[in-house]
Design a protein around this ligand. Sequence first.
Ligand code: ATP
Ligand code: MG
Length: 334
Amino acid sequence: MNTKTTILTGDRPTGPLHLGHYVGSLRQRVALQQDYQQFVLVADLQGLTDNGSNPQKIRDNIPEVLADYLAAGIDPDLTTICLQSALPALAELTMLYMNIVTVARVERNPTVKNEIAQKGFARSLPAGFLVYPISQAADITAFKAEVVPVGDDQLPMIEQTNEIVHKMNSLLPAPVLRHCKAMLSDTSRLPGVDGNAKMSKSLGNTLHLSASEETIHRVVSAMYTDPNHLKVSDPGQVEGNVVFTYLDAFHADKAKVAAMKAHYQQGGLGDRTCKNELEVCLQELIAPMRERRATYIQDKSQLMAMLKNGSERAHELTQATLKEVKQGLGVPVF
Ligand code: ATP
Ligand code: MG
């Protein structure tokens, strides 16, 4: 019997993965895959909730995300990579959960509220987008996942999932669904390269895991620092200074970063020197991923075959959970 704790995470195939994914979730998935039973879901149906008129974008980005996973070190022998739309149990559980969640509750979800405002939906808000946290609860619970390594934008989703677990279990003769908890990394929200609060595909402020050497150079050179730090000798601010936030997130030598911060605050350390230090460290991090990714993306049919394989494995498990829930609710299972 498998006694390992189950992890589920996922990404929307809305574009190539970026450094926010890497520090917020991907790096942890790579570290945890040996010791946990891990599933990674390519959330194409969720991707469609705000791309309903552009399904081609979602379709095209599936292999891109798969190549990023492999390049970052996800091992398909240790982690089951599967596709949301290939697992009908997830959609069926969503239908069942939608009846026990109020519209007022979904409207209160702060991440969704923020995204609706950001995307300027107003009255054109797709119904599917409003309820995507319910479908995410279906994803997590179908796998009986107990640990979810995510960025902090996902905390309201985990909270809502646990409310659904509690409510649904109370309707069943014996509990079927498991409660889950978020696992946050040291950098649970990486700001965008423009200094905006979150690096996000939708905000166009990303640095991809496949970024070219020139792009990395250009992006780091243009990075936001302390606008009042005009002369090298001026004392500078490290809070809200994206270069230092990134040095904290990516530089391996914490003592060196601490010394740089002290020097910067005191005055005498220039932005150019700090940016050079950051650029070297990002070039070193991204180069091997970019190279591996270039090889994987050449064979998209092999990537899709890997996804099919993982989806077949996940199908069995998710169907079993659906069956338990239906039986508990008294829905006939033929
Ligand atoms: P989109 O704009 O299409 O929503 P996204 O860039 O927000 O894309 P998602 O696919 O929604 O990416 O997020 C996948 C996972 O990566 C989630 O666990 C999320 O918390 C994490 N993540 C995304 N961006 C960041 C970030 N800037 N910092 C930390 N974690 C992040
Ligand atoms: Mg997102």
